[in-house]
Write a protein that binds this ligand. Structure first.
Ligand code: MG
Length: 211
């Protein structure tokens, strides 16, 4: 009694619905090039600066976005560059297990994406991994230009999907970035860093009260 039913599931995209080190490398290189240009330093120096900036954010959500912001960069310019430079084509492929899981979940819940990635890259990635058609709403960095974790954005998102925090399950690969804030608002959370863990979502939901 008192347990809220899960109505909606909000997935992180990168690292959660797929894992690919080369993609991560391309994203990082693009950010390094951006900082190199901004600061008038070499790409190697920019890489070190970003690493140091991330280290100094320790304890907080040490995202690439926050590191870029702390070095004086802005999300518009970073993502305009990333959308041009990062090439998921040829790196990502459909995993039928993930497609099957999301298809099943989409028939039972409102499922959504909430990502720090930009609209263009997110759309290309979702198409390549074969999951583009399953989501009711896709929230990218371009909706608010405020990277996760961000409470104001999160509250707006819950309102937009028409679910209370307690009725929502957040799924992500980084606890501090994707899950800690939703959990403080009363949402349920599921951490997943591999496809095997993601597939465990079925079992997790079987033990939760759902509509
Ligand atoms: Mg992620």
């Amino acid at each position: 009694m008192g347990a809220e039913l899960i109505k909606a599931i909000v997935f992180d995209l990168d690292g959660t619905l797929y894992q690919n080190e080369q993609m991560g490398g391309q994203v990082n290189l693009s950010a390094c090039r951006y900082i190199a240009e901004l600061k008038g330093v070499s790409v190697e120096q920019a890489d070190l600066m970003l690493e140091e900036a991330r280290d100094s954010l320790a304890g907080l959500a040490a995202t690439l976005s926050q590191a870029v912001i702390s070095l004086g960069g802005n999300m518009h310019d970073l993502h305009e560059r990333m959308a041009r430079e990062v090439r998921p084509e040829g790196l990502l492929a459909v995993d039928e297990r993930v497609v099957g899981l999301l298809k099943d979940l989409a028939s039972r819940f409102g499922i959504h994406i909430y990502t720090n990635n930009n609209r263009s890259l997110s759309a290309r990635i979702m198409k390549l991994i074969g999951v583009a058609d399953f989501f009711c709403k896709v929230f990218t960095i371009e909706d608010f230009w405020r990277p996760k974790p961000d409470e104001e954005t999160l509250i707006f998102l819950l309102d937009a999907i028409g679910a209370k925090a307690e009725e929502t399950l957040f799924v992500g690969d980084r606890y501090q970035v994707d899950l800690a804030l939703p959990a403080t608002l009363g949402a349920k959370v599921f951490e997943s860093c591999t496809i095997e863990q993601l597939l465990g979502l079925r079992e997790f939901l079987a033990q939760e009260p759902t509509a």
